[in-house]
Design a protein. Structure first.
Length: 139
Protein backbone atom coordinates (compact mmCIF):
# COMPACT_ATOMS: atom_id res chain seq x y z
CA UNK A 1 0.00 0.00 0.00
CA UNK A 2 1.46 3.33 -1.03
CA UNK A 3 0.24 6.54 0.49
CA UNK A 4 1.57 9.99 0.05
CA UNK A 5 0.74 12.54 2.69
CA UNK A 6 2.13 16.02 2.37
CA UNK A 7 3.30 17.31 5.71
CA UNK A 8 3.66 21.00 6.28
CA UNK A 9 7.31 20.98 7.25
CA UNK A 10 8.77 24.37 8.08
CA UNK A 11 10.92 26.17 5.56
CA UNK A 12 14.23 25.07 7.11
CA UNK A 13 14.80 22.49 4.38
CA UNK A 14 13.81 24.12 1.08
CA UNK A 15 14.04 21.94 -2.02
CA UNK A 16 14.40 18.82 0.13
CA UNK A 17 12.50 15.58 0.02
CA UNK A 18 11.99 13.18 2.88
CA UNK A 19 11.07 9.62 1.96
CA UNK A 20 9.65 7.38 4.66
CA UNK A 21 9.32 3.67 3.99
CA UNK A 22 7.29 1.56 6.37
CA UNK A 23 7.11 -2.21 6.60
CA UNK A 24 4.27 -3.86 8.48
CA UNK A 25 5.71 -6.90 10.25
CA UNK A 26 2.48 -8.01 11.88
CA UNK A 27 -0.99 -6.83 11.00
CA UNK A 28 -3.57 -6.54 13.74
CA UNK A 29 -5.70 -4.15 11.69
CA UNK A 30 -5.75 -0.42 10.94
CA UNK A 31 -2.50 -0.67 8.97
CA UNK A 32 -2.93 2.69 7.26
CA UNK A 33 -3.50 4.50 10.56
CA UNK A 34 -0.60 2.72 12.22
CA UNK A 35 1.71 3.70 9.36
CA UNK A 36 0.61 7.34 9.34
CA UNK A 37 1.08 7.61 13.10
CA UNK A 38 4.45 5.84 12.94
CA UNK A 39 5.68 8.14 10.16
CA UNK A 40 4.59 11.21 12.10
CA UNK A 41 6.39 10.02 15.23
CA UNK A 42 9.48 9.08 13.20
CA UNK A 43 9.77 12.62 11.85
CA UNK A 44 9.51 14.06 15.34
CA UNK A 45 11.98 11.50 16.73
CA UNK A 46 14.44 12.43 13.99
CA UNK A 47 14.23 16.07 15.09
CA UNK A 48 12.62 17.31 11.90
CA UNK A 49 10.52 20.37 12.72
CA UNK A 50 6.87 19.97 11.80
CA UNK A 51 4.05 22.46 12.22
CA UNK A 52 1.59 19.82 13.41
CA UNK A 53 1.44 16.16 14.37
CA UNK A 54 -0.39 14.08 11.80
CA UNK A 55 -2.63 11.54 13.52
CA UNK A 56 -4.88 8.87 12.06
CA UNK A 57 -7.62 6.51 13.20
CA UNK A 58 -10.13 4.08 11.71
CA UNK A 59 -13.72 3.33 12.62
CA UNK A 60 -16.57 1.14 11.46
CA UNK A 61 -20.30 0.97 11.95
CA UNK A 62 -21.84 -2.42 12.81
CA UNK A 63 -25.63 -2.42 13.26
CA UNK A 64 -26.01 0.44 15.75
CA UNK A 65 -22.55 0.16 17.29
CA UNK A 66 -19.62 2.36 16.28
CA UNK A 67 -16.26 0.59 16.47
CA UNK A 68 -13.13 2.75 16.74
CA UNK A 69 -9.57 1.61 15.92
CA UNK A 70 -10.62 -1.47 14.00
CA UNK A 71 -8.77 -4.73 14.44
CA UNK A 72 -8.12 -7.19 11.62
CA UNK A 73 -11.33 -9.18 12.17
CA UNK A 74 -13.50 -6.05 12.24
CA UNK A 75 -11.84 -4.71 9.08
CA UNK A 76 -12.33 -8.04 7.30
CA UNK A 77 -16.11 -8.01 7.62
CA UNK A 78 -17.23 -6.76 4.21
CA UNK A 79 -20.73 -5.93 5.41
CA UNK A 80 -19.71 -3.05 7.69
CA UNK A 81 -18.94 0.45 6.46
CA UNK A 82 -15.51 1.68 7.50
CA UNK A 83 -13.69 4.99 7.47
CA UNK A 84 -10.07 5.94 8.04
CA UNK A 85 -8.90 9.53 8.31
CA UNK A 86 -5.65 11.38 8.89
CA UNK A 87 -5.81 14.90 10.19
CA UNK A 88 -3.82 17.88 11.35
CA UNK A 89 -5.30 18.54 14.79
CA UNK A 90 -4.17 22.17 15.28
CA UNK A 91 -5.87 23.35 12.12
CA UNK A 92 -8.60 20.67 12.34
CA UNK A 93 -7.84 19.90 8.72
CA UNK A 94 -8.48 16.45 7.24
CA UNK A 95 -5.62 15.53 4.92
CA UNK A 96 -6.68 12.00 4.03
CA UNK A 97 -9.96 10.12 4.13
CA UNK A 98 -10.79 6.63 2.95
CA UNK A 99 -14.20 5.06 3.25
CA UNK A 100 -15.80 1.82 2.13
CA UNK A 101 -19.23 0.29 2.38
CA UNK A 102 -22.75 1.65 2.17
CA UNK A 103 -24.13 3.82 4.94
CA UNK A 104 -27.00 6.28 5.40
CA UNK A 105 -26.35 9.97 6.07
CA UNK A 106 -27.19 9.87 9.80
CA UNK A 107 -24.87 6.94 10.40
CA UNK A 108 -22.18 8.58 8.28
CA UNK A 109 -22.23 11.63 10.54
CA UNK A 110 -21.90 9.40 13.63
CA UNK A 111 -19.06 7.45 12.02
CA UNK A 112 -17.25 10.63 10.99
CA UNK A 113 -17.54 12.04 14.51
CA UNK A 114 -16.36 8.77 16.07
CA UNK A 115 -13.30 8.49 13.83
CA UNK A 116 -12.42 12.16 14.45
CA UNK A 117 -12.74 11.67 18.22
CA UNK A 118 -10.57 8.58 17.85
CA UNK A 119 -7.89 10.66 16.14
CA UNK A 120 -7.79 13.04 19.09
CA UNK A 121 -7.46 10.11 21.51
CA UNK A 122 -4.59 8.76 19.41
CA UNK A 123 -3.08 12.25 19.46
CA UNK A 124 -3.14 12.25 23.27
CA UNK A 125 -1.21 8.98 23.30
CA UNK A 126 1.26 10.30 20.71
CA UNK A 127 1.82 13.47 22.77
CA UNK A 128 2.52 11.44 25.90
CA UNK A 129 5.05 9.31 24.00
CA UNK A 130 6.72 12.44 22.63
CA UNK A 131 6.75 14.02 26.09
CA UNK A 132 8.33 10.96 27.71
CA UNK A 133 10.93 10.82 24.92
CA UNK A 134 11.83 14.47 25.50
CA UNK A 135 12.17 13.81 29.24
CA UNK A 136 14.54 10.92 28.50
CA UNK A 137 16.67 13.19 26.32
CA UNK A 138 16.88 15.84 29.03
CA UNK A 139 18.05 13.40 31.72
Amino acid sequence: MKSYIILHISQLYPHSQIDIYLEVLQSDGSNYSACVNAASLALIHAGIPVKDIVCSCSAGFYNTVTLVDLNHVEESVNAIPTMCIALLPKSKQTISIESSGRINVESLEKLTQAVTDGCYKVLDVMKSVISSHIKELNV
